[in-house]
Write a protein that binds this ligand. Structure first.
Ligand SMILES: C[S@@+](CC[C@H](N)C(=O)[O-])C[C@H]1O[C@@H](n2cnc3c(N)ncnc32)[C@H](O)[C@@H]1O
Length: 281
């Protein structure tokens, strides 16, 4: 989980209409720096554990007693999403201060944009929850780089794209990038991933496949330790965008994005990435 040393964990059980995931872990956590709060939630009253960074580490260690590293990380991430959904559940029709929205910003805060992510951002949202808190037609532009591949296509991404269409002003556009399934497969077939590995090393000199042959990079791009759910090519992504009522979808390059919004830091990742701009009329 990125961005933040705190995790809010709901405990309770399904009989109370709550999540049971943290229930068995709470005794161990109480021995660390956990602090008990409470929160009123729609369906009742539940305990909320507020964990400091030590508590979070303890919690992750406890998860590791039961689950694989991958499952432990995904459970931690889902708890961060849950925390954000609880934080935002009353937020509807919010009028933003800024007409440009940067979704899934990660560590890349861009000046002049509302930088949003699941935690630790200027305005946290869970992009997978099916709705966005902002009022209709309030943004001129939305940018999201290397985020859509983290979402389920039907249950999460299509609802998100419909919401992005809703919050864009007429004439507004969404700019998306993600690993390009075509470029990844072409690299595997033509060079066994040598060219994309070389490209990656020019951008991240410390990147390592830990001794595995370069073709292992295709696993990283497809799965990223279980974080990536779908890669896209232009056909698949434009299908999704048209389905969500966008009127024009064009394949672009990173330079087109940077020309339009020079404040964005360059990723220099055209060799592996798909860039798309979709507009609503
Ligand atoms: C690979 S990082 C990309 C970060 C940044 N856009 C960049 O280009 O460096 C993916 C980002 O998507 C965010 N993300 C993934 N799933 C999300 C969700 N359900 N809600 C909000 N953000 C999410 C992650 O927290 C992470 O910051």
């Amino acid at each position: 989980m990125r961005g933040g040393s705190k995790l809010d964990l709901l405990v309770g059980d399904r009989a109370e209409g709550c999540w049971s995931v943290g229930h068995g872990c709470s005794l161990g956590i109480r021995n660390s720096e956990a602090r008990l709060d409470s929160v009123n939630f729609e369906r009742g009253r539940f305990s909320l554990l507020r964990l400091g960074s030590d508590g979070l580490l303890t919690f992750q260690r406890l998860l590791r007693l039961v689950f694989s590293r991958r499952t432990s990380r995904l459970v931690s991430y889902d708890l961060a999403r849950l925390r954000t959904r609880i934080k935002r559940w009353r937020d509807k029709g919010v009028a933003p201060d800024c007409p440009k929205l940067h979704l899934g910003c990660g560590e890349r805060r861009v000046t002049g944009w509302l930088n949003s992510d699941v935690s630790g951002s200027e305005y946290d949202v869970d992009l997978a929850c099916g709705r966005l808190p902002w009022k209709a037609e309030c943004f001129e532009a939305v940018v999201s780089q290397h985020v859509i591949e983290h979402l389920e296509l039907f249950d999460e991404l299509l609802p998100l794209l419909r919401e992005v269409h809703r919050i864009l002003k007429p004439g507004g556009s969404v700019w998306l990038s993600c690993p390009d399934i075509r470029k990844v497969c072409e690299s595997y077939v033509s060079t066994g991933m040598d060219d994309l590995l070389e490209d990656r090393l020019t951008r991240w000199p410390k990147y390592s496949l830990r001794g595995a042959p370069s073709r292992h990079l295709i696993n990283e791009l497809f799965h990223q330790q279980g974080e990536h759910l779908n890669l896209f090519d232009f056909e698949l992504l434009s299908w999704a965008l048209y389905l969500c009522k966008f009127d024009s979808v064009v394949q672009i390059e990173e330079s087109d994005l940077l020309e339009r919004f020079p404040e964005f830091p360059a990723r220099n990742d055209d060799r592996q990435s798909l860039y798309v701009c979709a507009t609503r009329s």
